[in-house]
Design a protein around this ligand. Sequence first.
Ligand code: MTE
Ligand code: MO
Length: 399
Amino acid sequence: MPASPDRRRLLRLLAAAPVTASALAAAGTAPARAVPAPAAAGTVKPLPPEHFTVHGTNAETVFSSLRDTGTLTPADRFFVRNHTSTPLIGERDWRLTVWGSGLHGSRPVEFSYDQLRSMPSVSRTALVECAGNARSYFASQQGETVSGTPWTLGAVGAARWRGVPLRDVLHRAGLSSTAVDIMPSGLDGEVVSGGVNLGRVRRPLPVAKALDDVILAYEMNGEPLPYDHGFPVRVIVPAWIGIASVKWVGDIEVSDTPLASPWNTQLYRLFGAAHPPGGSAPLTRQTVKSAWELPSGAALEAGRNHRLTGRAWSAAAPVRHVEISTDGGVGWRRAALHDTPRPGGWVRWSAQWCPGVTGPARLLARTTDTAGNTQPERTVHNTQGYLFDAVVRHPVTVV
Ligand SMILES: Nc1nc2c(c(=O)[nH]1)N[C@H]1C(S)=C(S)[C@@H](COP(=O)(O)O)O[C@H]1N2
Ligand SMILES: [Mo]
């Protein structure tokens, strides 16, 4: 483990039980320079306002600040979605317990950090995107009320993850052919919502997906996972909504009967007038989106040519093209793509615009993927504001 001296000192300071950054601060503990004073959101990393918008315990990436980044999102700009706050867990204290009726012999099997690191690893690029990314546009564009964190488009990031295929860990633990669901749980605090204790963050995953492309990741962009993104180990479920990618994973239940948790019953389904009375099936895959790397309300000089940039992504298939409109959606033209569209990543694009008339304007971008999915004009309402995929009408002012 390439731990810095500061980090090693910090880990020695910590007891076996995970503590949170905010608890350390409250206790007046000074865990050396490795951990800066916790940011408002209970994260370990700093959240400078030029890179993040804080929403309670969550931090949204300022999308326009991605403009100078490549296809991978640096960890210090990557959004954080924490139900509670970031726990500080030492890799020596960490164990993964795999247990449940879906294992031969039904005996729990433990993996240490070193054992996991000694198994064959894989690397892959994947986006992590919150199911509620862009939720705020239900209200601001469609006049509809939804609950949850009012994200704009910055609850998404792309990283190169390295770790062990979950498949290998499950097989080593004695996966039975009768197993149907697995459920990873996080080591962060129990989640209390509206006075009800929902327990630890956990969500069932069908065995078929678990055996396909899921990773138990210990590296992000070539570095050990940062605390805020799941150190020592997190689950990465490519293409699925962010909640599937459980951080700080401590145990995985393997079951020969279907599993449930609040995160697949009350949450992360579509509820509302357009959906079945008990809600839709639990949400799985993310959707298709595009975003301008431009502040909301940016001032652009009239009569000058502007090179405007953005990003496009789709969980279902690689991006085929991106169209933009500068006249509110009447005329559309193709943006230039600057990355080879691949599954799992996003594509940077650009377009030139020479605005003529001064005053407020709306910039629209619309992504189509190779499976034929295109961003609609409106997203069908759901009460919790998940999976917003409509074209966002980005406000600018021509001056
Ligand atoms: N243990 C744990 N895992 C978690 C969460 C959490 O609060 N606790 N949040 C989930 C949600 S809703 C999202 S969108 C992603 C966000 O990952 P990130 O914070 O690394 O960007 O983590 C998921 N995994
Ligand atoms: Mo999320």
